[in-house]
Design a protein around this ligand. Structure first.
Ligand code: KE4
Length: 431
């Protein structure tokens, strides 16, 4: 029986009168998949429940933070405990140092770290720091990679920009946009050619070490190594944007998985356990340039917020337990194996893949290595798949250019149900 979305419809009609597009982040509007957003009432474990009482198996996980699943007891207890002390002080607390230590212990390239309130703030600050440290202006990013909505980075971006086919955005001065070059992801030769020509002007190269904002696209062999060697050769900084991959694809992030040591790393999502947190960190001599220790200014009223720190600490304490990633990756493998079997059985034109518990499904039979490849995906087919899966009780990111996230709360029964639903939807689409 078709799900009832009456309350979500009513709430959306109210929201669009007061909030642009009715949402506080564009991709949530579900415009590209032809539906209105389900307004959520609550979530628990791997399940999310909307305002009409419809329950779904959740593969968005708040776009990555909920690696433990929703309302994990340790996270909820940590927030309750700190709540008794207050909500915000605008002064240092022991909690910030505790989370900083957990990050430094886990991420090999980070010796010092600064907390901010979002991934955008983290990448914006890392870019400013790289420009301040090198005295150079030019930034290199890659088409389809999304690093938040700071002016310098909102060019040829992925995620919502790709979903909404916004090429950059009005409001970004040419003078700013011209200082950012966007190259082809996984194109090592093209990158070397640019660095040969202008490497000495490049302040930083920022990359998603596993792309998650053009759909999930892993680095091809040698790509990250080339970024590392060329930036070292040219005196530019290499920034790994691990807002999505950090503590997701491995405990130490993609830099551990691929054994690359960036100069700066940006983090977010998981380190906040669902509360607003971002962070940037790196070698001591670089981070020492940040105010008030150094001259590069960056600040934030709610940076290091005690509740957010508590949620992050509780989350990182859980995921550092022995066996956490092995178990999470085993369940993730089950999902991909199941989807691939369903694709074979139904003959639907689609490709599934994963890095750790960050997964992707492209509606194309082409191997996807960059944004142009990703754009060969059949968006009409994806939209029908999205709507079909929602009706089957599976909650996915409403865009072909996003990733799926599996949490520790996803069990074998949830995966089996997801694969069953996908096969049923594929059958209908392939017919
Ligand atoms: P926030 O400013 O949204 O916290 O983080 C920006 C960001 C930076 N870097 C990477 C690699 C990211 O994936 C993100 C944000 N991710 C998107 C999901 N694709 C957030 C979802 C949204 O925009 O609502």
């Amino acid at each position: 029986m078709a799900k009832n979305h009456h309350n979500s419809h009513e709430l959306f009609q109210k929201a669009i009168k007061l909030i642009p597009g009715g949402v506080n982040s564009p991709v949530r509007a579900c415009k590209s998949v032809g539906t209105i957003p389900a307004f959520i009432h609550h979530a628990d474990g791997c399940m999310i429940v909307d305002m009409d009482g419809n329950a779904y198996i959740d593969y968005v996980g708040s776009w990555g933070p909920m690696i433990l699943g929703h309302r994990h007891p340790a996270v909820m207890e940590a927030i309750r405990r700190v709540l008794e002390r207050g909500t915000s002080f605008g002064a240092p607390t022991d909690l910030e140092t505790e989370l900083a230590q957990l990050v430094v212990d886990a991420v090999p390239s980070i010796e010092m770290v600064r907390m901010v309130n979002s991934g955008t703030e983290a990448t914006m600050s890392a870019i400013r720091l790289a420009r301040g440290v090198t005295g150079r202006d030019l930034i290199i990013k890659f088409d389809g990679c999304y690093h938040g909505h700071a002016d310098a980075l909102l060019v040829s971006a992925g995620s919502g920009v790709a979903t909404l086919a916004i090429s950059g955005s009005p409001g970004i001065p040419d003078a700013v946009a011209s200082q950012t070059l966007s190259l082809i992801y996984n194109d090592s030769d093209g990158f070397v050619k640019i660095m040969d020509r202008m490497g000495e002007k490049v302040a930083a190269v920022i990359v998603e070490p596993v792309a998650g904002n053009m759909g999930m696209v892993p680095p091809v062999a040698g790509f990250l190594e080339t970024l590392r060697s060329e930036t070292t050769r040219c005196g530019s900084l290499l920034i790994f944007d691990e807002v999505m991959t950090g503590f997701r694809v491995a405990h130490g992030g993609a830099q551990v998985l691929y054994n690359i040591s960036p100069d700066l790393t940006t983090l977010g999502k998981i380190i906040g356990g669902g509360l607003p947190v971002g962070a940037y960190g790196g070698k001591r001599d670089i981070m020492a340039q940040i105010a008030p220790q150094g001259p590069v200014y960056q600040a934030g009223t709610l940076s290091g917020n005690p509740l957010a720190m508590a949620a992050g600490i509780a989350t990182l304490e859980q995921i550092k337990q022995p066996g956490f990633y092995e178990a999470l990756n085993a369940v993730s493998e089950m999902l991909i194996d199941g989807l691939e079997a369903a694709i074979r059985r139904t003959g639907i034109k689609a490709r599934a893949g994963r890095v750790g518990s960050m997964a992707g499904l492209f509606f194309t039979d082409k191997t996807v290595r960059n944004f142009d490849d990703a754009k060969t995906a059949d968006l009409t087919l994806f939209s029908a798949y999205y709507r079909g899966m929602l009706e089957q009780g599976i909650y996915l990111a409403p865009s072909q250019f996003e990733a799926l996230f599996i949490s520790a709360a996803h069990g074998k029964t949830h995966i089996a149900e997801t694969v069953r639903a996908a096969e049923a939807v594929f059958q209908g689409l392939a017919a």
